[in-house]
Design a protein around this ligand. Structure first.
Ligand SMILES: [Mg+2]
Length: 331
């Protein structure tokens, strides 16, 4: 954090008057204050009315939010609460990765089922959710600086807002792909419902490394399905996306799932979503170098090209464009 502006040490701000807080909330805040690591760029963290972050004037703030809900994004009785916490933060970090932004801070709001979950009290549930988030926060040098904790008679809701900063290369956006660009993806796709949708590995480091070392024109993270997210990138860029289905890297999970669904592995790779891999557009020469680059820590596969004709397409065996359904998860 040596590039953070020096300032006087504001010291540790004592917790705000907490007399109107619910006892559980007070106890939870005390636990949280002791559990969160100290950070040079957080001038005021949990305990005041708002957090204060050190910032450099040259950086743009990148901010995104996403909520996950029991019975929609996971089934709490079937998983460890830590996995839900991990997912809630992971999906937000994936959106920062898609923008090629460096993570800085997160705000976490928990709406807990009043009765807790299973044999866990609401307090224990909150602690477990954080224990799922904190390793991910540490891994990506992110400070959790505040949020809110409520309880109600409904299911668990975890709402996370993450704040990042642009690098000297600026942000990566969905718009910017050019006709003739290669379309590339990280990792492999499909069948995330078999478990990977909980074990989100946001491609933050990979995105920053790619953005720093190569010319990238546009990017998006694959949250709702390759086909749908590719069509979004193409639409934002004012062009079309043509995929070579035989080139799409298929996850072993997609193969396993296909054995019981009657759909093909490639259909799962196109439409399942929650892969949290990156899809990006880059000039052809850069694309070839990336595919060969062993230092990125993840495989990069060329799966298609950006074309002039708007829409989503697949190449036929005769190299003609045939319409492709933008299958995926529509919210
Ligand atoms: Mg996204």
């Amino acid at each position: 954090v040596e590039d953070w502006r020096d300032g006087e040490d504001w010291g540790k701000i004592p917790a705000a008057d907490a007399s109107d807080e619910h006892p559980m909330e007070r106890e939870f805040h005390a636990w949280l204050a002791s559990r969160l690591p100290a950070s040079a760029r957080v001038r005021v963290g949990v305990g005041d009315d708002a957090a204060i972050l050190r910032w450099l004037e040259a950086q743009d703030v990148v901010v995104t939010t996403d909520a996950v809900t029991d019975q929609v994004d996971f089934r709490l009785p079937e998983i460890e609460p830590r996995q839900a916490g991990h997912k809630a933060l992971g999906v937000n970090l994936s959106d920062l990765a898609a923008m090629a932004a460096t993570p800085v801070a997160a705000l976490v709001s928990l709406v807990l089922p009043r009765a807790g979950a299973g044999s866990r009290s609401a307090f224990d549930l909150a602690v477990e959710l954080y224990e799922g988030m904190l390793p991910l926060a540490e891994r990506f040098n992110l400070d959790i600086v505040g949020g809110d904790t409520n309880s109600w008679d409904g299911p668990l809701v975890i709402s996370v807002t993450v704040i990042g900063r642009t690098t000297a290369r600026g942000p990566l956006r969905r718009r910017g792909a050019r006709v003739g660009d290669a379309l590339l993806v990280t990792g492999s796709l499909g069948g995330s419902i078999l478990g990977r949708h909980l074990q989100v590995t946001p491609r933050v480091v990979e995105a920053l490394r790619l953005h720093e070392n190569y010319e990238l024109h546009a990017g998006i993270d694959i949250s709702d399905g390759l086909a749908l997210d590719a069509s979004r990138l193409a639409e934002a860029s004012g062009c079309g996306a043509a995929l070579r289905l035989g080139s799409i890297p298929i996850s072993p999970d997609a193969e396993r799932l296909a054995a019981s669904t009657g759909r093909t592995p490639v259909e799962h790779a196109l439409g399942d979503g929650e892969d949290f891999e990156l899809l990006f557009a880059a000039p052809r020469e850069a694309a070839e170098a990336m595919v060969r680059d062993q230092s990125l820590g993840v495989s990069i596969t060329k799966i298609g090209v950006v074309v002039e004709r708007p829409g989503l397409w697949q190449f036929t065996d005769e190299d003609e464009l045939h319409p492709l359904e933008p299958s995926g998860y529509e919210h």
